[in-house]
Structures are given as C-alpha cells and as structure tokens.
Design a protein around this ligand. Structure first.
Ligand code: KG4
Ligand code: ZN
Length: 341
C-alpha cells in the first residue's frame, strides 16, 4: 500500500510517500523557522498561510523524487491533531480534497503517535512492548506501548513540556528560536559545576514531570549574573549546560522508574527533544547498565516530518481504518483514546 503523509500541525510542512512493501520512498520538508524567528515563537496565522503555499510544491517534489504518479497512491494520512487548529485544517482539507478527487481513503493521524512510531522507519526498529518517552515542544509523556493504539499513559508534565522549557530558557538568555538546538550548542562549551539546577519532582514517587520551575531558576541565575556584570557569552554557556543537565537527569530518573515499574527493558525516545545528543548519550548509558536497549529516529525524524505521519497512517489504513469526508481536526486529543490495531 502506497500512502501519502501530510504534516501541518505547527511550523513545519512535511510531505512523504511510504510504501508498506518498499519502505520510505520520498520525504520533503519545509521549515517555517525563518518566518517565525523575529517573533521569538510560532505565530499561528502565519503558520497556516505558509502551509497553504508549501503543500502542493512539496507534493510535486515527493512525486518527482519517488518516480511515483498520483494514480499510484492508495491512501492519504494527515495530522488531525493535536496542534494549531488553523495549521491542522490546511493538511486536513488538502488530504480530504485529494482523497475525493483520486477516489482513495483519507485518515487523520495523531501527531504524537506519529512521533512515537518514527523509530520504526530506522534500520533497527523496536519491538513491542516498550516504554516511550515522548518529548516535544507541546508534550512530555511516559507511555507504555503494547502495540499500535495500545497506549497506557504512565506520567506526563503538569506544566511546561521539556521542549517548551528549552525554548523559554533560550528566549530569556536572548538566544534564537527554536531554543533546544541553541541551548544544546551553547552547552557544549559550558563549564560543569558552576551552576546546579534542581531536578524537579524527582524527590517524590511517581512519573509526573514539572519543568516550568527550571525556566524561573534560569531567569534568576541569569539576572544574578547580569547584576554582577557577568553577563557575557560564558555565563550563557554555563547556564545552558546546567539547564540541559537538569532536564536530562530528570528525564533519566523518570525513565529508569518507568522501566522498573513496567518491567520492560526497551525504551523509545521520540519528539523534537529526542534529537538532543546529551539526552541520547545519557539514555544509552543507563540502558547499557540495565542490559536494555534504547531506540530513536534519525535527527530529521525526531522533529516534525511527513514520514512519521505516512508510516503511522499506513499501518492504520492497512487495518481498514478511514475517515468520513468531513474535515475535522482536534487541538487536544488524548492518545489513549485511539483505537487499538
Ligand atoms: O516534535 P517537535 O518538532 O514539535 C512538536 O511536536 O512540538 O519538537 C519541537 C521541540 C522544540 O521545543 C525544540 O526546541 C525541541 O523540540 N528540540 C530540541 C532539540 N531539537 C529540537 N530540544 C533539545 N535539544 C535539541 N537538539
Ligand atoms: Zn511534533
């Protein structure tokens, strides 16, 4: 089955073709980062308008790259939520219009299920069951995954998501958007030990997270540096390192607990923050000690992309799922409400 995947939930237009027999055939992405950078974050209306402009050229690009014709496509998967409603509606309307014109099924895919299954596109895909740490700009969740659509939420953030904390901390340090890669870059030259940030909610049992206090801790630290005239690049680097270490160690502690609680030894990390090298190395080390395995997607498929939507949609379309012709999207959408395959 050849499936076209469309991703438009936030500030990336992603279009991909995935074939159940041949694998990923083409994948094209347009990132709107330059459009939103001057505002320090995503402006929803600008995002929607830009998705409209990019969708059809990207579709032509994946058809050219794959050597497929429109008539070869058997189904269309699009991100139906969670995300920015206006942006989601662009992908949903394109998908439904093309499905009607081509006489093929369309299916709305859950964005976080897309992230969760992205490591399946790699050479060494994880086997079910596993624990998934989903860390993106909008979500931080630990989930027990027994199969596609068989998700049990183990814990999530009570306030900011991990990616959001990276973005907000970067902003207060005067760094660019998105903040995750900027903090990671600065942290490389940070001096360990100059600042020590708290590891929120690790002193009590449970798998919930809270990251909003770290951003306040970073703000106070930075203001203290500024007041003392110590507001140069090295202070930024030292704060970036201390912040990143705190996020990584907090995630590690909770992942270890989740593996212990479930008795599982396979961990999948997915979503934008899973591109973070410090997080990957720390998880590799922990899973090594536990005699387990950690799985993640190539960096390009950690952040938003069309390939993960095409893959997730293909699994569900193969199982016979499809949407009616109504154009429906969900700003919020619990992943546990998805049907099991
Ligand atoms: O999954 P994603 O592309 O979009 C959402 O679904 O939210 O995640 C974007 C988030 C942003 O907060 C960004 O700062 C963060 O992922 N991110 C990173 C890195 N690359 C992207 N955070 C830490 N380290 C990175 N290397
Ligand atoms: Zn995402």
């Amino acid at each position: 089955m050849l499936v076209l995947g469309l991703e438009t939930s936030c500030d990336e237009t992603g279009v991909a073709l995935y074939d159940s027999e041949r694998g990923l055939l083409a994948d094209a992405l347009f990132s709107q980062i330059d459009l939103h950078r001057i505002y320090g974050g995503v402006v929803p209306e600008l995002a929607s308008r830009d998705h409209v402009k990019r969708m059809l050229p990207l579709l032509r690009q994946v058809l050219d790259e794959s050597g497929c014709r429109a008539g070869d496509i058997d189904g269309i998967a699009y991100t139906a939520g969670p995300g920015l409603v206006g942006a989601l509606l662009v992908g949903a309307s394109c998908a439904q219009a093309l499905a009607l014109a081509w006489g093929i099924p369309a299916l709305g895919v859950h964005h976080m299920e897309g992230h969760l299954l992205a490591p399946m596109l790699e050479e060494r895909p994880p086997q079910f069951p596993f624990v998934a740490l989903l860390v993106s700009g909008g979500h931080t969740q630990l989930v027990q995954v027994d199969g596609i659509g068989r998700y049990q939420l183990l814990g999530e953030s009570l306030d900011d998501a991990a990616g959001e904390a990276f973005d907000k901390t970067a902003k207060l340090l005067g760094l660019g958007y998105p903040g995750g890669p900027e903090i990671a870059r600065l942290a490389q030259d940070g001096r360990p030990g100059r600042f020590v940030f708290p590891r929120p909610m690790t002193d009590r049992p449970g798998l919930a997270f809270s990251f909003s206090g770290l951003k306040t801790f970073a703000l106070n630290t930075w203001q203290h540096c500024q007041a003392g005239g110590d507001d140069g690049e090295q202070s930024r680097r030292d704060i970036a390192l201390a912040f990143q270490q705190a996020v990584v160690e907090t995630l590690i502690i909770k992942c270890r607990r989740a593996l212990k609680q479930t008795g599982l030894k396979r961990l999948v990390i997915a979503g934008g923050v899973s591109a973070n090298q410090a997080l990957r190395s720390a998880l590799e080390q922990m899973l090594g000690e536990l005699d387990g395995q950690v799985f993640y997607a190539r960096p390009r498929f950690c952040t938003d992309n069309g390939a993960m939507i095409a893959y997730a949609g293909c699994q569900r379309l193969l199982a016979g799922q499809q949407d009616g012709p109504a154009i429906q999207v969900h700003a919020r959408w619990p992943m546990e409400s998805l049907p099991a395959l």
